[in-house]
Write a new protein. Structure first.
Length: 132
């Protein structure tokens, strides 16, 4: 049984722009489970935030996550890609109000060796975020 993880982040911050990227990988194995599994997760995230006024900004984020599981009874796959965009209003230096639109595509194989299925999702949301 093991679980190994790695993460790499690059970010550039200016008074009006934040541009960043993150790469993540995880490898896990559990041969003693009822159905033994080997899992590999990897993903990436890209973020751009533009502050066009002292309290207003616009964020664009894209991320991708790939999960492959090798099991004793076959392989399963799950891939997710998402794009999120929307305005952000800074109520205080740490409290922000945001509105967002998110489009997600997910490919998944529910049964080992079965067909690869694709789901689409559109989400509109409003939320508060607080920086600690």
């Amino acid at each position: 049984i093991y679980d190994a993880r790695g993460r790499f982040v690059v970010e550039r911050v200016t008074p009006t722009w934040v541009v960043g990227t993150e790469f993540m990988i995880r490898r896990a194995s559990n041969p003693e489970a009822i159905v033994s599994t080997d899992e590999t997760w990897w993903g990436t995230l890209v973020l751009m935030h533009w502050r066009f006024a002292p309290r207003w900004g616009w964020t664009l984020r894209g991320d991708y996550l790939d999960r492959a599981m090798e099991r004793t009874n076959g392989d399963t796959v799950q891939r997710t890609g998402a794009i999120l965009t929307g305005p952000i209003f800074s109520i205080t230096e740490r409290l922000r109000l945001r509105a967002a639109y998110e489009f997600t595509i997910e490919d998944h194989r529910d049964t080992p060796g079965g067909p690869l299925l694709r789901d689409y999702q559109h989400v509109f949301g409003v939320g508060l975020s607080h920086e600690f």
